[in-house]
Design a protein around this ligand. Structure first.
Ligand code: ATP
Ligand code: MG
Length: 227
């Protein structure tokens, strides 16, 4: 079933930071959200997750900073147990081992609190938590920003594998148009609190229409893709 959210909006101290926005995702669809820093991508991600969860939809969220997902006073083991409980799945040691191994955090000590793990390890831990179940939608906000390029590529490959056999839709929020372009079939661009362009990835890259999309394409930092 298509996931729809209408009229998402946000204000901060009397200023609109997200104008009323409608989003929809087909089952299994992979969508990228790109745009300049401060354009409202994370705000839109949060509004989308909150709105869908309030409606009872199953949504996994990897926030931009692991601090938003991890309580500094709780052990990593506690976070993992809570994530399993929230998803209504039985504890499964083998699944945890598999995810930790794939994300290269198998040597992390679960008895420690978040600050006992590096930022990159925390980020991968939060990604692993998001991949425990089979949500209707997975919202990932800059999921690889604290990872080195090799681990980042491995993490995206794991995500690809995970999504292959599932109907889970993906919203990938990123500054990195090159990364998004390789992984999603549709790209949306945000500018000053509005989605100003929404197009299939190939069309977006070959014929960007808005100034914001043209600027992103012009400042791409990858070589392989025509744009
Ligand atoms: N806690 C906050 N206090 C003040 N301003 C905020 C706060 N959170 C967001 N904003 C403002 O809201 C707007 C949107 O922020 P948001 O974090 O959604 O942008 P973003 O596109 O995710 O940026 P980035 O690419 O840097 O992560 C920005 O103008 C930002 O300055
Ligand atoms: Mg952000």
């Amino acid at each position: 079933m298509t996931i729809q959210a209408y009229g998402l909006s946000a204000e901060l101290s009397g200023h609109t930071i997200l104008y009323p926005t409608n989003l929809d995702f087909k089952p299994g669809e992979r969508v990228g959200l790109v745009g300049a820093s401060g354009s409202g991508k994370s705000t839109l991600g949060h509004e989308l997750v909150d709105t869908l969860r309030a409606r009872g939809a199953s949504v996994a969220h990897v926030p931009q900073s692991p601090d938003e997902a991890l309580d500094p006073l709780r052990s990593m083991a506690f976070h993992w147990r809570e994530a399993e409980k929230a998803l209504g799945v039985a504890p499964d040691h083998a699944r945890r081992e598999m995810l930790f191994k794939a994300l290269q955090i198998e040597r992390g000590d679960l008895r420690k609190r978040p600050w006992g793990w590096s930022r990159g390890m925390q980020q991968r831990f939060v990604i692993a938590m998001a991949l425990i179940g089979t949500p209707d939608l997975l919202v990932m906000d800059e999921p690889t920003s604290a990872l080195d390029p090799v681990v980042a590529a491995g993490t995206m490959d794991l995500l690809e594998d995970y999504l292959k056999d599932r109907q889970t839709a993906l919203l990938l929020i990123t500054h990195d148009l090159g990364l998004a372009a390789r992984r999603v079939s549709r790209l949306m661009v945000m500018e000053a609190g509005r989605i100003v362009e929404d197009a299939p990835t190939s069309k977006f890259l070959s014929a960007p229409e808005t100034q914001a999309a043209k600027a992103l394409c012009a400042h791409r930092n990858w070589l392989e893709l025509p744009c």
